[in-house]
Every structure is written in structure tokens, then in C-alpha cells.
Design a protein around this ligand. Sequence first.
Ligand SMILES: Nc1ncnc2c1ncn2[C@@H]1O[C@H](COP(=O)(O)OP(=O)(O)O)[C@@H](O)[C@H]1O
Ligand SMILES: [Mg+2]
Length: 471
Amino acid sequence: MAAAVAAGFFPPALVLLILAATEQTVSVSWVVAALVAGAVFAGWSTLAVARVWTSRAERIETVAASLEKRQPPPHLIPDERDAMGRAERRLLDAADGVVDEVESLAEQRDEFEAILRSMTEAVVVTGSKGDVVLLNAPARRMFALSPDASYRGRDFIELCRDARLQEFVSRSTASGEGQVTSAEIALQTPAPRHVSVSVAPVRRSGAGGAAWVFVFHDITQLKTYETVRSDFVANLTHEIRTPLSALYGYAETLARGVDDPETQRRFLGIIEHQARRLSRLIDDLISLSDLERGLTPLKFDDLEAASVLRDAEELMREQARREGVELSVDCHGDLPLMRGDRDRLHQVMLNLLDNAIKYTPRGGTVVASARAAASAPPESRPGVELVVSDTGEGIPAADIPRLTERFYRVDRARSRELGGTGLGLAIVKHIVQLHGGSLKIESKLREGTTVTVWIPAAASAAAAATGTSGT
Ligand SMILES: Nc1ncnc2c1ncn2[C@@H]1O[C@H](COP(=O)(O)OP(=O)(O)O)[C@@H](O)[C@H]1O
Ligand SMILES: [Mg+2]
């Protein structure tokens, strides 16, 4: 500004000096005129300089405002002829760079958050002192935490209330080793479940922020499958060992020589009985495993319930007569056709009738019947119920939910004695499921049991039913 003022006064001062030098008289009016001209020039040049400064200050303000909003600054081209202009240009370039970097960091953060959100595993990131840096939604669910509260800075050990997990967390973070540690832990709190947890250190350039990443994988289901499988193997070995040792024992005795022909016949009878039992067991196992692995493709047809019931009754009539049980079929009325595989539904009926006859004492009755019935609401699809009811010994209520498990029997010894394998109802359940149907077992001790299988109606019957209900 001082330079601008000086520049304004310089020309009139110069004129005065020239006049003085050429020895002309410099009157007061000349001096006053020179001062006025100087003041006008100084005001004019100060105004010009101020205008340039203001526009530069405005440009810098705009850059700062854009940076505050994390937005790219407007490209107002600075005059780069002087140092100030060049500084402005550098500021503009630096601001562009910062905004680009902020944008790409925000993008990375969004990606990272999206990945964390979509993970089914629970993820917890903690600082070096075990303070929570972040946790995703599955982690909140696993530790029964609020879905939207901020836990940043809280002690992770405090949040996972399970003692075994707390021990794992403090052990793995205390080690300070830069390696991944993992373990399988049976959690008790907040709910019993098995988790596989791994913890890895975060590579960091400076102190503070994330130090450890914990990833929790819920393996409860996997553990259940493992238990089911090992139970199955244990049961199977047991089922096979009993007849095998009988076969082995009696065959060995016969080989050593038995003089009494009656004893010989009895032993041979036992061997045959046990061999048949083994063969039944193998047949049932193959049947079940084929069904489970989808190796028994169903051949769907439109079937009459009455013919399925009659075929099964015909095959079981002799067994019922031998056991002194009255077997009858009760199927009348206009039933819709069922959509099913004849052989597989035949297998279902044989299993149900076999059970009913086996577990009904002499003099009892077994009735196989069919009736039209819709499935449970809200679907209410039209279908047919195949019902087998007996006046037998019944099943304790506590056992009913487990009857379709493989090898589950109410009385193991009695089922074996009657030639059962413990797989019949498991096979029935699978076949019914493959038909899209349902199975219901109701029973009263010493009064009898009713097993109901619901099978969907054939398309034509279903259409007719909807047509009727629509009118
Ligand atoms: N109608 C029934 N009356 C009484 N108990 C039954 C009846 N049906 C099934 N059960 C019980 O359910 C168990 C499982 O049946 P299932 O899987 O067919 O095996 P299995 O007939 O080879 O014993 C039987 O051992 C028996 O205890
Ligand atoms: Mg059975």
C-alpha cells in the first residue's frame, strides 16, 4: 500500500523537482496542484492494488471453503506472473490432491463397511488395550449387544461376558506376538453355541487405532451334524455287532459238532433269523441313504389313495393274521387323486402297517383309511390324508417328537425282538418330505396310535378344488 501511495505522489513530485532545477519559480499554487495530483494518483493506485488483493483473498477463501466441505475447489485461474500467483496455483493443486485423496479414502471406507456388513462372520476390531474400535452386526447379535449403540472405546473383554472367551481374548492379545491364533470355544453366555474364533494383529504404521481383528464363526450347526454322525456310527456298529456275534457264536458251535438234531435245527434257525435281521438292516440303510442323497428320483403319477391302501393291506394281511390283529381298509367317498410315487407311498404304508401290527397286542385292530384334507393354513393346499390307526400299546408323549430319528425306539430290546431296525419312520419321513407332504403322529398310552400322512392332490384335483372354492 505504501508503495502504491509513493507511486501516486512520484509523478507530481518529479514535475516539481524539474521545475525547481530549471530555476523557474515554484509558486505555492504549483505545490498545491502537485499535492492534489499526487493524492489523486495515490488514491487511484491504492484502489487498484486493493482490488487485486481482494480478488486474491476471495480466491483463497473459496479454496478454503471447498476444502472444508471436502469438495474440489473451483478452478479460478490465478495470475501466475508474480510470486503470489504462483503460490495460489500451488495451493489450488494441493487442494485438488487432498480432495482426491479424501474421496478415495471415503470410497475405501464405504467398501470396507459394505464388506463388514455383508459378512456372516462376527468381526470385532480392538485397539492394543482391548478397547473396541469397531464391531459388525453379526458380532452385536452374537454378544447380545444393542444393534445401534456405540461401543467404541469400551473394553471388549467386558462386552463378551463368557468366561472362556474372555480368557482367550486376554491370552491372545497379551502375547504381543504378530501371529494369528485360533481356537474353538463352547460359549455359554449369552446363549450356548460353538464358535471358531481367530485373532490376527493389524499391521500398523503408527501407534493408536486398530491393533487386533477377531473373527468369530458360528459352528454350532456343524457340531450338531458331527454329533448326529458320530451317534449314527455308534448306533450302527451296535446294531451290526449284536447279530454278527450271534452268527459267529452259533456257527462256531455247529462247526465244532452238535449231536442233537433238534439243537442243530434250533441253532440254524437262530442263524437264519439273525442273517435276515442283518439283511433288513442293510436294506433299510440303503433305502435311507439313497433317499437322503437324492439317489431315489421319484416317479410322480396321479394316484388313487384307495388302490395304494389296498395294495399295502394285501401284502400285510398274512402278517396281521399271524399276529392275531384285525386289519381293515376304510376308504370311501370321492377322494381327489394324489400326486405321488406309487412304490415309495407303498413303502410308507408297509412301514406304518408293520409298526401298527407289531405294536398292537393280539385281539387288537388296525385300520388304514384315507380322506380328503387341505394342508395346514395359511397354504391350505388340497390333498389326501392317509391314516393308519391301531388299538395298540401307544407311545409315551415325550418320545413322539424323536420317533423319526434314525435308530430311535421307545423300547430298543422289544423293537429288536420284533425284527425292527429303528429306521422305518426315518424312511417314512424322508419319503413324505420328498412328496412335499407332512407326517403327524398322535398316540395315547395303552389306547393306541394314529399316524397321518398328508400328500398333495394332483394338479387336476387341485385346480378343481380351487375352482370350487372360488365359486
Ligand atoms: N403304531 C405304533 N405303536 C407303538 N409304537 C410305535 C408305533 N409305531 C412306531 N412306534 C415306536 O416307534 C419306534 C420307531 O419306529 P420305526 O422307526 O418304524 O422302527 P422299528 O419299527 O424298526 O422299531 C418303534 O421302535 C416303536 O417304539
Ligand atoms: Mg418300523
